[in-house]
Design a binder for this molecule. Structure first.
Ligand code: ATP
Length: 457
């Protein structure tokens, strides 16, 4: 019973999150005015900021703050030969099952097993087809003729452009093993059954690192990246208690992988993968070397050895992480209204580092020119360094509430004390309110930039 209660409250929580995302402009259904298109989503004004902050932080930690990683940005369409060599053209498919009664189409792992019999999760019927492979790559044509010779695919992962550019990047960056190449970009999969909001989409973004190494370093580096990646999620505000490492059993992982684990998050709809980390051996570079006839070997100056590097790949999803950030941040509590009476509030407790808007600036009254001028000066002071929202409409409590709901960590109010009208010693000070504790402190305008910059870094 308790489990059923939790399930329904989790479903309810997810519904509230989806509705907030639309109401406040985080995520919309793609092509909504035409009825949408399954598995495709658009990010609104706040969603795009959240997503960028996430990608920028990943890039900062994985590329800028390291000596041993460089970045690249590859094209989405590539020569079809890439997908033949990587094995995607032949094997990138999911087993699909159809229910003959309600016509639901599902992935084989979504079929329910009850007392040894397979059942449709939608209507409960046992009349299901045998699983058959469904190809996940979107096919397209390049150029004016639509024939066999012009076929290629929208990439289903960003990694392959890193592998095929390995030699070029190695030459220009002059890195020594171990070193990595990082990329953030779009990927496309014609998922059989997109679901759970943006969790499983047909178009999504990945943040991938291919970390090349000597064969004997592979297992150790697979372990090294575990802590690094868990720390990353903690540093964007996801609690360690909601993160889990699942070792992927051999029969589930790719045949060439010597070790794979997933980093999972407790979403309201269950524990699901955010990122996969795999030790892929030298499979990818070997395949491309064989198929292209071009050497993708590394020459070790010291030992004079020539060999194909091995690789460890932490591969994370931007959209899934954005969704995890929203789920983690969503909370409901109470805050005092204008008259001090407690009322319910929705608050997104984003880490200031990822919050779409860092700071809101309010003049206490919109019809007092001197307050408005001062508030706008503060906006101009902060804007070069952070996203700032200026709001002069409505009671101050309501303005705070609107910002709480979108996760703005700081609110600045310009009042009569700022003008020095009551106490000259308070001239050019403002109240700075913190979203979670709702505590207010009096801060000099001249200290604001440094103080806030430190807190959002
Ligand atoms: P799943 O088992 O959930 O389909 P996967 O193991 O096939 O995922 P990978 O190929 O390891 O996923 O891709 C790496 C990351 O890319 C995933 O951890 C996930 O964050 C993201 N990703 C993969 N497929 C999707 C999708 N359809 N929608 C959103 N993100 C995705």
């Amino acid at each position: 019973m308790a489990e059923i209660m939790n399930k329904s409250s989790d479903t309810h929580r997810m519904e509230k999150i989806v509705s907030l995302c639309k109401r406040r402009g985080f995520i919309f259904q793609s092509s909504e005015i035409y009825g949408g298109l399954n598995g495709l989503w658009d990010y609104g004004p706040l969603g795009v900021e959240l997503k960028r902050n996430l990608k920028n932080y990943w890039w900062r930690v994985m590329v800028h703050e390291r000596d041993d990683v460089v970045g690249m940005d590859g094209s989405i369409l590539m020569n079809r030969a890439v997908w033949k060599a990587s094995g995607h053209e032949d094997t990138f498919s999911d087993p699909m099952v159809d229910c003959r009664v309600c016509k639901t189409r599902m992935r084989a792992d979504q079929v329910i097993e009850k007392k040894g019999a397979r059942q449709c999760p939608n209507c409960g019927s046992k009349d299901l087809t045998e699983p058959r492979p469904f190809h996940l790559m979107f096919k397209t044509y390049v150029g004016a003729t639509e024939d066999e010779s012009s076929i290629t695919y929208l990439r289903p992962e960003t990694a392959q452009s890193i592998f095929v550019q390995f030699k070029n990047v190695l030459e220009v960056s002059r890195k020594k093993l171990p070193f990595g190449i990082a990329q953030i970009g779009k990927a496309f999969r014609n998922e059989i059954n997109p679901r759970n909001f943006t969790f499983r989409s047909r178009e999504f973004e990945q943040m991938e690192l291919e970390y090349f190494c000597r064969p004997e370093q592979g297992m150790e580096l697979l372990e090294y990246w575990k802590e690094e990646r868990l720390k990353f999620y903690e540093n964007i505000g996801i609690s360690r208690a909601n993160l889990h490492v699942r070792n992927v059993p051999n029969e589930e992982s790719a045949f060439y992988s010597k070790g794979t684990y997933d980093i999972e998050y407790d979403f309201p709809f269950g524990r699901q993968e955010l990122e996969g980390v795999a030790y892929r051996t030298d499979y990818d570079l070997s395949q491309h070397q064989k198929a292209s006839g071009k050497s993708l070997e590394y020459f070790d100056e010291e030992t004079k050895q020539r060999f194909i590097p091995h690789v460890v790949e932490p591969s994370a999803g931007v959209d899934r992480t954005v969704l995890a950030l929203i789920c983690e941040a969503y909370s409901e509590d109470e805050a005092p209204d204008e008259k001090g009476k407690m009322e319910a509030r929705i608050v997104l407790r984003f880490h200031p580092r990822v919050a779409p808007i860092k700071c809101a600036v309010f003049p206490l009254l919109k019809n007092r020119e001197s307050l408005v001028v001062k508030a706008k000066e503060i906006v101009d002071l902060l804007r070069p360094c952070m996203t700032v929202f200026y709001d002069e409409s409505g009671a101050i409590g309501r303005r705070y509430r609107r910002q709480d709901e979108i996760g703005t960590p700081f609110g600045i109010t310009v009042d009569f004390e700022t003008l020095g009208e009551k106490d000259p010693s308070l001239r050019d000070t403002v109240t700075l309110r913190e979203r979670d504790s709702m505590k207010q402190e009096r801060v000099k305008i001249s200290d604001l930039l440094e103080l806030l910059s430190m807190r959002i870094a």
